[in-house]
Each structure stands twice: as C-alpha cells, then as structure tokens.
Design a protein around this ligand. Structure first.
Ligand code: FES
Length: 106
C-alpha cells in the first residue's frame, strides 16, 4: 500500500499506509491524523480536509478540479498548493507523498 506522509503543524511526521483507490483523507482518518476534520466524509462539501501538498509532489498530485476550487474558496489560509485531501486519490504513483496539515480547518 502507498505510504502518505502527513507533516503536522507542530512539525511531527505521521506516516500512514493508505489503500490504493481510496483518498488521502481516508488515509488520514484511518491513521487518526490530527488536524484533518473531514466533516462531510469526503463529499467535497465542507473544506475541512485541506492539506498543503509538498512542493516536490505538486506535479504528480495535479491541480484541483473546478468544484474543489470552489470549496477551497471558503477554506481558511488557502495557499497555491492547497488541496482537499478527500479529492486526492491514493495511487501507487503517490507512494511517499508528503502533505502538510494546516494549523486549523475553520
Ligand atoms: S471531507 Fe469534506 S471536503 Fe473533504
């Protein structure tokens, strides 16, 4: 299973093995990663699963679709590398992915 590395706001690193075909958000939930709230359960309607994709992974992860961009529009502290983790599918290509967890999701 691909490994997703979450860097928490305090700098702590949490490595989680995630099922291929699931989402980065589900990996965070399974690994009980602090700071990923995911209120809507992955329906792209809450924006509480925001992560900052590490610069080195931006190209492989790719950009947000239009609906995700709209939801990011209501999220706090959005950056150019922001993604909603429920919309990032776990694939073998993303094995080793590094994402940073924001200080807050509201
Ligand atoms: S879990 Fe709600 S938008 Fe991602």
């Amino acid at each position: 299973m691909p490994t997703i590395n979450f860097i928490l706001h305090d700098g702590q690193k949490v490595a989680v093995e995630a099922y291929e075909g699931s989402s980065v958000m589900h990996g965070a939930m399974d690994g009980m990663v602090e700071g990923i709230v995911a209120e809507c359960g992955g329906a792209c309607s809450c924006a509480t699963c925001q992560v900052y994709v590490d610069e080195a992974w931006m190209e492989k992860v790719g950009p947000a679709c239009e609906i995700e961009q709209e939801m990011l529009g209501v999220a706090p502290n959005v950056q150019p590398n922001s993604r909603l983790s429920c919309q990032v599918e776990v694939t073998d290509e993303l094995d080793g992915l590094v994402v940073h967890v924001p200080a807050e999701q509201y």
